[in-house]
Design a protein around this ligand. Structure first.
Ligand SMILES: Nc1ncnc2c1ncn2[C@@H]1O[C@H](COP(=O)(O)OP(=O)(O)OP(=O)(O)O)[C@@H](O)[C@H]1O
Ligand SMILES: [Mg+2]
Length: 255
């Protein structure tokens, strides 16, 4: 399984959701790789607790694509274990920003897919966090993945924007990646007592969009989770939000 978490809008919960669902998978005993393609590196920071990129990182991986050499390092060389069992990371690096123009100019968009197909033998699940833009990395991830999750933030919901994201994924599927399935919309920071978000989510369901269950609550605990570099299922497994992540993961895993 190769999942991408995608929404070009910033701050909707992509990194939080990627890290927590990957952690739920690792806790369930699956061998998991998290690939952080966002130069901001929030998912990497969340998992490692360090704002300095580890030596094994995605910039090294993409750099190698640009520098043909006789001796090519295997993709595993750009991946490191985290302090959590079963959870490995290809970390972000700030250099990813500069590399992007060169990678685009040299048509490297399909390379990530080849690598993930190779890595699939070593991992049960691969999770990809993407930047808040529809750029080279996001497109590479949508071409490389076979499942796509779209986080949706009730606060600033725009139906038009969401339809645009579904169209983008459908276009990539049609043009480049017939395997890509929109697994569903992850409702984040849901407030069940506020009438507007409840109505918005209902409208999405009524229109036949795949809204995943359960929605994720808004919780200040997530800040502690980020600060302590402990995904919710490890920080406080009994917490409502931790249980929602576990349940959401279990619902996905059934497919
Ligand atoms: N369920 C939640 N409850 C409370 N706060 C949340 C929740 N999910 C995310 N947040 C907060 O919202 C902010 C944005 O989350 P996150 O970084 O995961 O979004 P993102 O889509 O990855 O952002 P970017 O587009 O910048 O990469 C963070 O400060 C995070 O702590
Ligand atoms: Mg992010």
């Amino acid at each position: 399984m190769r999942r991408v978490v995608f929404n070009q809008k910033g701050g909707v919960g992509k990194s939080t959701i990627t890290v927590n669902l990957a952690a739920a998978a690792a806790k369930a005993g699956r061998k998991v790789l998290l690939l952080d393609l966002d130069p901001q590196g929030n998912a990497s920071h969340y998992l490692t607790g360090s704002s300095t990129a580890p030596e094994a990182n995605a910039a090294g991986f993409f750099n190698q694509m640009l520098n043909i050499s006789l001796y090519e390092k295997p993709p595993q060389d750009f991946i490191a274990p985290t302090c959590h069992d079963n959870l490995h990371l290809m970390a972000s690096h700030p250099e990813l920003s500069e590399l992007m123009v060169k990678l685009e100019a040299r048509y490297k968009m399909f390379k990530l897919r080849d690598t993930l197909l190779q890595l699939q033998d070593s991992y049960d699940e691969i999770w990809i966090d993407t930047p808040p833009a529809l750029n080279f990395y996001t497109r590479s991830a949508l071409i490389a993945a076979n499942r796509c999750l779209i986080p949706f933030d009730c606060d600033t919901f725009s139906r038009q924007a969401l339809l645009g994201l579904l169209d983008t994924a459908a276009e990539i599927r049609a043009d480049h990646n017939p395997e890509l399935q929109i697994e569903g919309i992850v409702v984040n920071q849901f407030q069940p007592r506020a009438s507007l978000p409840v109505r918005m989510v209902q409208e999405l369901k009524d229109a036949g969009h795949p809204v995943l269950q359960p929605p994720l609550s808004a919780s200040v605990k997530i800040r502690e989770s980020h600060e302590r570099s402990l995904p919710m299922v490890f920080l406080d497994p009994k917490h409502k939000l931790a249980q929602e992540f576990s349940q959401l993961y279990a619902n996905l895993a059934q497919h």
